[in-house]
Design a binder for this molecule. Structure first.
Ligand code: FMN
Length: 360
């Protein structure tokens, strides 16, 4: 397994491992990123931001969480999405001035309100605009800041769409992009059907010198190892699987080192991380927002609790910080063993063998 445990290099940035915490709208804020980094994510990416918002947003309290980067979380990336190429340069400059180490461009988001405004995944059908955005940002970024792109495998399954994917893929690298992350679904698929890991495998095989990361269906440590093994990608971008389960990073690293799957965190160990997550939220937001956010994360954390359904209900019922703390004290103080989260979704190529046997 050790050949899969390779360091990742993007531009002049060198990462300790190839496990990236994906950009996750509504989730990958500073608290989640801090937790992921402490749990050994190679780097993390802040949730996607609109280019126009970044240009005009004030420095007040309302927006500060979008621009906060701390000394201990480097390396950290920011991601931009939009439709107006000329706005991207100034937006990228502001993000670099805020302390982000890497800028990523989103040509992947499938949400209707995003495509409807000619942004995100829609741009996979507009190679000229997409490549103009790449050029604008690369020309304005300092040389030491890598530019990366997030794409889906194409807009849809037509031959024209495939050509457009490759026009952007090659054009982006020619314009100085350092790495591309590919989510193996079409934009029009949204989340239906599996991520096509065989497409990712062929892409890497055909472009061995390009730095490529894979995305899609990384729910467990075993899935992460399988994607690396099957696709040969240089790195992987862990998304839904990392929400409320930052242990996916150390578990994957252990498997990549050839060790057995670590035991799931005990209830008390979970409490320690949830409490830390809450403390980070309280450093960033007012108590009301912090408890609303932690309620959302708690629902995901509950999957690791031995009484996950009951815990989920309890998190759903939380409506104040006090109730959140009481829940933690009452339900998370035992030394009981935790569980691996169960995911009914599974990529057809994933084995899940490691989750059961602890062996790859
Ligand atoms: C709630 C949610 C928010 C997301 N936000 C972003 C985002 O801000 N930027 C991005 O590039 N992808 C975003 N994605 C896509 C993920 O990064 C990832 O590509 C996708 O979920 C497939 O990976 P998975 O199946 O392992 O979750 C988001 C996905 C989800 C579920």
């Amino acid at each position: 397994m050790s050949e899969l445990l390779k360091p990742l290099k993007i531009g002049n940035l060198e990462f300790e491992s190839c496990l990236v915490q994906a950009a996750l709208s509504g989730y990958s804020d500073w608290p989640m990123r801090q937790i992921s980094r402490e749990m050994k994510a190679a780097y993390t990416i802040h949730e996607v931001m609109l280019e126009k918002f970044v240009v005009v947003a004030g420095n007040g309290k309302r927006n500060q969480h979008h621009f906060k980067v701390t000394e201990d979380e480097h390396p950290v990336g920011a991601q931009l999405m939009g439709s107006e190429p000329e706005q991207f340069g100034p937006a990228a400059t502001r993000l670099v001035e805020s302390g982000f180490d890497l800028i990523d461009l989103n040509f992947a988001c499938p949400a209707k309100k995003v495509s409807g405004r000619c942004r995100g995944g829609y741009l996979l059908s507009q190679p000229e605009v997409a490549l103009e955005i790449v050029s604008q940002v690369r020309s304005i970024l300092p040389e030491n800041i890598p530019l990366t792109v997030k794409m889906r495998r194409a807009f849809d399954d037509t031959a024209e769409s495939e050509d457009q994917f490759f026009e952007i893929f090659h054009g982006a690298f020619e314009r100085g992009v350092a790495a591309i992350t590919v989510h193996g679904r079409y934009v029009v698929q949204k989340y239906k059907g599996p991520s096509d890991w065989l497409f990712l495998q062929k892409l890497k095989k055909d472009h061995p010198t390009r730095t490529l990361l894979g995305s899609g269906d990384l729910f467990t440590a075993s899935d992460c190892v399988d994607m690396l093994r099957i696709t040969g990608m240089d790195g992987i971008s862990i998304a839904r699987g990392a929400i409320g389960n930052p242990w996916i990073f150390p578990q994957t690293l252990a498997l990549l080192r050839g060790e057995n799957m670590p035991e799931p965190p005990t209830v008390k160990e979970q409490k320690k991380i949830i409490q830390k997550h809450l403390n980070y939220c309280l450093q960033m937001y007012d108590p009301k927002k912090a408890s609303t956010l932690m309620r959302k994360f708690g629902i995901y954390y509950s999957r690791l609790h031995p009484e996950s359904e009951r815990m989920k209900e309890k998190f759903i019922a939380v409506n104040s910080l006090e109730k959140f703390m009481t829940l933690l004290d009452e339900c998370y103080s035992s030394e009981e063993a935790g569980c691996y989260p169960l995911f009914p979704e599974m990529n057809p190529l994933a084995s899940r063998a490691t989750d059961i046997a602890g062996l790859v």
